[in-house]
Design a protein around this ligand. Structure first.
Ligand code: GLN
Length: 355
C-alpha cells in the first residue's frame, strides 16, 4: 500500500514537471496531440527494407507463443490442423517479399476465397450488380447467419458472409458448375501467381458438414436471388473454400490488390483497376464479419479472414499482408493473425485512414 502511494506521488511529480516543461497551455500535455505527432513521424519515415524486416521479426517474436483461440471444429478436418503453424508474409507492389515463420505451411483458404469470387463477379457483371443483387453492407451477425437473410428481405447483405458468397459463386458466368469451378480456381491461381493445391481432406469433411450452407442457398433461391442451381453452387463454394494457401500465397494475393489489380510477381492484370477500391470497401465493411468495425477502428485496413486460420490485410498502394495461424476467436478470425497484422500496420505507420 505504502509503495503504491509512493509510486503515485512520484507519478504526480513527473506529470507536474512535464506540465511545467511543456508550458502553461493545458493542450500541450494532452495525449491525442502527442499521438498525432508520433504518427506523423512514423508516416514520414521511409518504408525501408531494414525497417520492414525489423518490425516483421518483432511481430513474430511478440506473438509466436500466444496460444489464444481455438481451431474451428464445426468442419471436422479443421480441428486436426496443427495449431502451432504461424507464418507472416509481406509483399510490396513491386513484388518484394518479406517473410518469417511457417510461410510455406498450407491451410484451406475458406472465407478468404469469397474475396476472389466477388472480384470475378464484379469483373464480369459490374459494380451495380454486386451492390444491388448481392449487397455491400455489414450484417452485424455471424458469417453463417440465416436470420440476417430474413431480416433483410432475402438479401445476403454482402459477398463475404456465407449467403453472399454462395450467391456470388452462383453468378459466375459459366455453362455448367464444372466450368464455374474451373474459372473460380483459375482466378485464385492468377491472384497467387501459381497453381494452388486442392485440399481433398478438408473438402470431403466440409461437403458432408455443409447442411447449413445448403439451407442458406435454398432460402436465397426461394427469394429468387441465385444465378444457378443452389445446391450445385453450394458444392462449388465448398470446393473454393478447400483450396490450400500459405501465408506466402496470401501475401502475393493481397499485394495484387495493393498493386491496383496487377499481380506484382507475374505482371498479369487480374482485376480492372476501377473495381479494386470496390472490393476493398466491402473488405473494410465486412471482411472480419461482425468484428469488422473493431478491426477497421484498430488498423484502418481492408482485410479478410477464413476459418482455416488465414488473414489477408491490404494497405492500398503499399503492402499485401498474409498471415496463417489456425486458432480463432469467437468471430471466426485468427487470433495471432489479427494481432500480428495489426502490430505491423501500426509499427510501420501504415493505417490508410491516418495518411
Ligand atoms: N467454408 C466455411 C463455411 O462455409 C467458410 C467460413 C469462414 O471461413 N468463415 O462455413
Amino acid at each position: 500500500m505504502k509503495r503504491t502511494n509512493g509510486f503515485r506521488t512520484g507519478l504526480l511529480s513527473i506529470v507536474a514537471a512535464s506540465l511545467l516543461i511543456l508550458g502553461s497551455s493545458p493542450l500541450a500535455a494532452k495525449g491525442p496531440l502527442q499521438t498525432q505527432t508520433q504518427q506523423t513521424t512514423l508516416q514520414k519515415a521511409p518504408l525501408t527494407q531494414t525497417r520492414i524486416e525489423a518490425v516483421l521479426k518483432e511481430a513474430y517474436e511478440k506473438f509466436k507463443n500466444d496460444n489464444g483461440g481455438k481451431n474451428a471444429d464445426y468442419i471436422k478436418a479443421l480441428a486436426e490442423v496443427d495449431p502451432k503453424i504461424f507464418g507472416i508474409t509481406l509483399v510490396t507492389p513491386d513484388g518484394k517479399v518479406y517473410e518469417i515463420g511457417d510461410t510455406d505451411a498450407q491451410v484451406s483458404i475458406q472465407s478468404i476465397s469469397k474475396v476472389f469470387t466477388a472480384a470475378l463477379v464484379i469483373q464480369e457483371r459490374g459494380e451495380t450488380f454486386l451492390q444491388e443483387k448481392i449487397g455491400v453492407n455489414a450484417t452485424g451477425l455471424p458469417f453463417n447467419s440465416i436470420m440476417a437473410i430474413e431480416l433483410h428481405n432475402g438479401s445476403a447483405s454482402n459477398p463475404f458472409v456465407n449467403a453472399g458468397a454462395i450467391q456470388s459463386t452462383s453468378w459466375v458466368k459459366a455453362k455448367d458448375s464444372k466450368e464455374r469451378w474451373f474459372k473460380i480456381k483459375q482466378n485464385m491461381n492468377d491472384y497467387a501467381g501459381k497453381k494452388l493445391a486442392f485440399n481433398e481432406v478438408v473438402y470431403e469433411s466440409e461437403v458432408n458438414d455443409n447442411k447449413r450452407n445448403q439451407a442458406i442457398s435454398k432460402l436465397l433461391d426461394a427469394y429468387g436471388r441465385m444465378g444457378s442451381d443452389p445446391l450445385e453452387a453450394t458444392t462449388v463454394y465448398t470446393k473454393q473454400c478447400s483450396v490450400n494457401v500459405s501465408s506466402h500465397d496470401l501475401g502475393v494475393m493481397g499485394a495484387t490488390f495493393a498493386n491496383h489489380g496487377v499481380n506484382p510477381v507475374t505482371g498479369k492484370r487480374v482485376l480492372d483497376r476501377k473495381y479494386v477500391p470496390k472490393i476493398l470497401a466491402v473488405m473494410a465493411t465486412a471482411g472480419l464479419y461482425d468484428n469488422a468495425g473493431d478491426w477497421l477502428y484498430l488498423t484502418g485496413t481492408p482485410a479478410k479472414s477464413g476459418v482455416g486460420g488465414g488473414i489477408l490485410a491490404i494497405v492500398p498502394g503499399k503492402l499485401g499482408i498474409g498471415v496463417v495461424s489456425p486458432p480463432l476467436d469467437k468471430y471466426g478470425n485468427s487470433v495471432r493473425g489479427q494481432k500480428a497484422a495489426a502490430y505491423i500496420i501500426d509499427k510501420l505507420g501504415l493505417n490508410p485512414l491516418a495518411q
